[in-house]
Every structure is written in C-alpha cells, then in structure tokens.
Design a protein around this ligand. Structure first.
Ligand code: 5CU
Length: 377
C-alpha cells in the first residue's frame, strides 16, 4: 500500500492484450512483432523512425542493430502489471491499449477487433475490482456508425472511464469537422479522452545521423510536439468551444503546450488573417482558458521544471500521476524490481509541490479518483 492518507493512481499505463499481439505477429509492416536471433525476446516495432533499422536487420546488413524494443511480459501480462503496481505502491491503475491502437486496421475488421479488445480490458479490470479501470479504444478506421456503436458499448462497460486517442483521428487530424460528432458522442457519454502521441514528426527532421541517437529524438521531442500540434489545431478550429463538455487528458504533461501557450496566444493576436476574419474578438476563450477548463495533464514529464509549467498552466487540481509502464523499463534489472522512470516522475511531484502536501496527494491520486470517478464501480 501507498503511504497513509495517500492513494496512488497511475493513469498512464499501457497493455497489449493477447488478441492484439496476435495481430502484430501476423504483420509484415509496422506495427509488428518479429523475432531476431540476436535478441532473446521478440521485438516490438512500432515507430516510423524504426523502419530503417527493421529493414537493415531483415536484410542481415552487417552491423545492423536489433530493431524496436523487447516485447517482455510487462506488455502483455496482467499478473505482471499487478506485480509492478505492488512493487511501486500504486493502488489503482487506469490501463489503456498502447499505440498505435486500432489506427492501422482495415475498416471492415476494426469495429470487431475494437469490441474484442475493449471487452478484454473490461475482463482484466473485473479480475481486480477497485484496483483496475481502463480507457477504451475506438475503431477510428471503421464507418461512423461502428465508431458510435463502440462509444455506446464503452458507456455500458463498468470499469471504462474514457477513450485513448491518437492524433490521426479519421485520417485528417483532430481538427477535422467530421470528427465533431465523435467528440460530441464521447463527451455526452461522460468519457474522458486520453490523447496520446504515436506518429511524432517526419523522419527527415531528425537528420542524416538519426540512427546514431537511438530512440531519443522521436520519443523525447517528436511525441510531445505531435501532441502540442494536435491540440493547437483543435483549439484553432474551435473544437473546444463547439464541444464544451469535451474533457481531454493530455499525455506527457501536454507535450510542450504549457510552455508554448503564451507564444500561441501572441501569434493569434498578431495574425492579420485571423483578426480580419473576426476570429480574435474580445472575450474569446484563450488557450489558457481551455487549459484550465477542458484539459487535464498527466504528470509524466520526469522533472519538476516541466511539472511546474503544467501546474501553472492547468492547475495542481488537474494533474494526474502516471508511469508510462511498460515503456522505459530499467536497462539493468535491480533486485527490488523498481523502475527509475517511475521514481523520476514521483520525485518530480515531491520537488514541485512538497512531500506530503495537499497538492502532492492530489496529483499522486486524489485528482484521478475525483475526475475519473474511481470510487464508483
Ligand atoms: O518507447 C516507445 O516507443 C514508446 C511508445 O511507443 N509509446 C509510449 O507510450 N511510450 C514509449
């Protein structure tokens, strides 16, 4: 158990259920799972930035690096998830399918796969009542009716508290007007959107020496910029005003949104086109307003500097602790099975708001219990 008077909730923690792994094993383009003689575990290859190393390894190119990341039982086993929670004194986890969700599935199968995956998550939560909740997954490549049916299914599933969403939407991003009915239906169902990156930035941005830098550039910079751009596009398209009940939890403390909100606002105020079109009226809701009214941020930023910006932007009552388990495992196992990626995030909370403070308790779990209604079964 966590320290007295403190419930620890992890709202950013992923799994790939067995049926999903089977799909990845059957694929020949990313995302896929493949075994290589150089690696004891199968490899999970997800990102566009990993395609070159995948091709080199498949072609047995001399000096080719083993691509992707090891697919350990941490990604697939519920028992392992609960062991991880116990080792890190996490009382409750809100689990979600990891990227790239159902984004790559053909329209004719994604509705059924989505229904199966969402039911698997529900069944996993039912095995640990009160300790596990989840964010479901929408079959966004399926026809609109199937997406609506999925939202209706998720609304009835006892442990579901929201939907995890990437930035591609129906294929044209989250400012796509065709996505508005989906956002409206999700909001009306009382489901929080957990916005998570996957696509990063185009590979060319990382330059010709990208292979020398491992996964650092796409993960540390590409992921947060992707989130920042997606939410800014939504803001500029007026999505938050059109769907006032929409609540979005942004991964990685909102990417760089808390840091860049002032610059976004200034660019809006100084944009001749927007001003001429009457889009910059006095009394309009600013990015700052949306951050405080419709956005929640996770606390997965690994440093008190980023966390303080998130607190300034959205408020300590809108931040929620997360781990990003099972990504970022320790490279060398330690005897207690503790993960540095977890302690960095927990320490950032302590350093930002003080150990044992009311804000620390809220960020570590109280906010999640209130916002995601985790006291209700
Ligand atoms: O290490 C990675 O690639 C990832 C990923 O794909 N998704 C995620 O949530 N965290 C890290």
């Amino acid at each position: 158990p966590s320290p007295p008077n403190m419930t620890v909730v992890d709202i950013h923690t992923h799994m790939y259920p067995p049926s999903y792994i089977k799909i990845l094993e059957s694929r020949s383009s990313i995302p896929l799972v493949r075994s290589f003689p150089q690696s004891p575990d199968p490899r999970l290859i997800l990102l566009q930035a990993e395609v070159e190393s995948l091709d080199d390894a498949l072609a047995n190119k001399p000096g080719a690096k083993v691509p992707g990341r090891p697919l350990t039982s941490d990604y697939t086993s519920l028992d392992q998830k609960v062991r991880f929670m116990d080792a890190h004194r996490i009382d409750v986890s809100v689990i979600s399918l990891a990227n790239p969700w159902l984004d790559f599935l053909d329209a004719n199968i994604s509705g059924n796969v989505g229904a199966e995956v969402n039911q698997e998550f529900s069944d996993m939560c039912a095995r640990h009542p009160g300790r596990l909740f989840y964010f479901g997954t929408l079959p966004l490549t399926a026809p609109l009716d199937a997406i609506r049916a999925s939202i209706a299914q998720l609304k009835t599933l006892k442990y579901c508290r929201g939907v995890i969403l990437g930035t591609s939407g129906l294929g044209n991003g989250l400012d796509d007007p065709n996505l508005l009915p989906i956002f409206e239906a999700v909001a009306a169902a009382g489901l929080t959107v957990f916005l998570h990156p996957h696509y990063g930035l185009p590979n060319a941005v990382w330059g010709p020496r990208a292979a020398d830098y491992g996964h650092v550039l796409p993960l540390a910079l590409g992921f947060p910029m992707e989130t920042t751009i997606a939410v800014t596009r939504m803001y500029l398209a007026g999505v938050f005003d059109r769907v006032r009940d929409l609540r979005m939890l942004l991964a990685h403390s909102g990417g760089t949104l808390p840091f860049l909100a002032g610059r976004i606002e200034s660019c809006i105020l100084h944009d001749g086109q927007l001003v001429a079109e009457g889009k910059v009226q006095p009394g309009r809701r600013t990015v700052w307003d949306v951050l405080k009214e419709q956005v929640y941020l996770d606390a997965v930023i690994y440093s008190e500097v980023g966390l303080k910006a998130a607190i300034e932007a959205s408020g300590a009552d809108r931040l929620m602790f997360g781990t990003d388990h099972p990504f970022f495992p320790p490279l060398q196992a330690n005897e207690k099975g503790l993960w540095e990626s977890v302690s960095l995030n927990a320490e950032a909370v302590t350093k930002a708001v003080g150990e044992g403070s009311a804000e620390a308790k809220a960020i570590m779990g109280g906010n999640a219990v209130r916002i995601l209604r985790l006291h209700e079964e």
